[in-house]
Design a protein around this ligand. Structure first.
Ligand code: AMP
Ligand code: GLY
Length: 421
């Protein structure tokens, strides 16, 4: 089979390495991929949002199956376009991807179907938003409706800060069209849990749980980033919470989407918070998380391609989705200064005794050398029998990867290890 994976980060590198394990796979193209995955696939210089070129490439190259990993092409409707030319895909149609593409949509969906989430209102004008902020008080959360590279969420500690955030979004055009309408919601507290789930529109099979570390600096300080590291499984995801999530969140969400005529196929990402009043949905993503994928897929014992195809063809119910009992940790090595300004172009070298996995996100090949080319450069991933040993091993392996201006958090997994449920 000839496969095509759309996207170019550490998540896509992980997916590609897992897909390669299936013996029927002859070739994998990455669009655009990055230099760090050149040994695992063929790089094709087409941007993930260039839908016309992607479709043309897929037809000309006789692609048998496509995996669309990032949010933008999903929300833009790449799966619809590929299906129109007869190419089966992993990922939701644009009608279903709206569950991530519009926070107003996902909040209305949860309200309509009684799925637990933070209380909220949606606004398109500053004045009514400000009145609502005064009514609720701080801390309070302001979110741009549309996609904003994970930056459209402001946790305001004061009423003034919240009002300013609303003004910046609606009048100041801070997130472009994504901020034309804003969701204002109650501030929730509790440990966060990410659960990715395979869905075929009807059946939902959750993967092992994980925990992201979104802030740039240790002890959850600094700016929000795409994610500085992850661990799996998440110890806050107890058996009781797992049952609660299945009954009150996962099944109701998939059924709700079907009822709305927006059948969800692919990977549905549940961003959850375990509050004192039960588990609540913080956000949905219509795709694999990055860097959650880097710790979840290495624990998958079943064949990824088989499962992906089962989500496309509606046979997930009869398909095995098994995870190992072990644990996995990913430490992201970034360029110093990320998520703001940083330098690129430094050579990446790896010692011979490195014994983890490297999932590369921001790198390019030049004259046979791998150079840094992004904020999040790569994820160092180790598995182990316990969370403790996986984390220790990942940090040992980090010392064996070198590039100038490398920065990483020293406390990935610390909260998980000290968890009190
Ligand atoms: P999101 O992009 O929706 O995942 O939000 C980014 C981060 O903001 C989440 O991972 C949470 O840490 C935080 N966050 C979002 N919504 C809330 C909320 N209602 N209460 C507290 N924290 C939140
Ligand atoms: N790691 C969070 C995300 O992929 O949105």
């Amino acid at each position: 089979m000839k496969l095509m994976v759309v996207g170019g980060g550490g998540r896509e590198h992980t997916i590609i390495k897992m897909l390669k394990k299936n013996e029927s796979v002859e070739k994998i193209y990455a669009l655009p991929g990055n230099g760090g995955m050149a040994n695992d696939c063929e790089l094709v210089d087409i941007k993930a949002t260039d839908l016309d070129k992607i479709v043309e490439f897929a037809v000309n190259s006789k692609i048998d199956y496509a995996v669309v990993a990032p949010d933008d092409p999903l929300v833009l409707g790449l799966v619809n376009r590929l299906n129109d030319v007869g190419i089966p895909c992993f990922g939701p149609t644009k009608e279903a991807a709206i569950i991530e593409g519009s926070k107003a949509f996902s909040k209305e969906l949860m309200k309509k179907y009684g799925i637990p989430t933070a209380k909220y209102e949606v606004f398109t004008d500053v004045e009514s938003a400000s009145k609502y902020i005064d009514k609720i008080g701080a801390p309070i959360v302001v979110k741009a409706d549309g996609l904003a590279l994970g930056k459209g969420v402001i946790i305001a500690q004061t009423v003034e800060e919240a009002k300013l955030a609303v003004k910046d979004m609606i009048e100041g055009g801070k997130f472009g069209k994504s901020g034309d309408s804003v969701v204002i919601e109650e501030f929730l507290e509790g440990p966060e849990i990410s659960v990715l789930a395979f869905c075929d529109g009807e059946t939902v099979k959750p993967m092992v749980s994980s925990m992201d570390h979104k802030r740039a600096l240790d002890n959850d300080q600094g700016l929000n980033t795409g994610g500085m590291g992850t661990i799996a499984p998440n110890p806050f995801y107890t058996k009781e919470r797992e049952k609660e999530c299945m009954e009150k969140i996962f099944l109701p969400t998939v059924r709700a989407m079907k009822k709305e005529g927006r059948e969800f196929k692919g990977c549905l990402y549940f961003g959850l918070m375990a509050t004192k009043d039960g588990v609540k949905v913080i956000e949905y993503n219509c795709r694999f998380g990055d860097p959650e994928t880097q710790v979840v897929l290495p624990l998958l014992k079943s064949d990824l391609l088989t499962i992906m195809q089962a989500t496309t063809f509606g046979t997930l119910k009869d398909t095995e989705v098994e995870f190992s009992d072990g644990a996995c940790a990913c430490v992201v090595m970034a360029s110093k200064g990320y998520p703001e300004s940083y330098q690129k172009g430094f050579e990446i070298t790896v010692d011979d005794d490195f014994d983890g996995e490297l999932f590369v996100a921001g790198a390019k090949l030049e004259n046979g050398k791998l150079l840094t080319n992004g904020g999040r450069v790569l994820g160092v991933v180790s598995t182990g029998k316990s969370l403790d040993s996986a984390i220790k091993s990942a940090y040992e392996n980090v010392t064996k990867v070198h590039f100038d201006n490398a920065y990483y958090r020293k406390d990935i997994g610390k909260r998980a290890l000290s968890q009190k449920v």
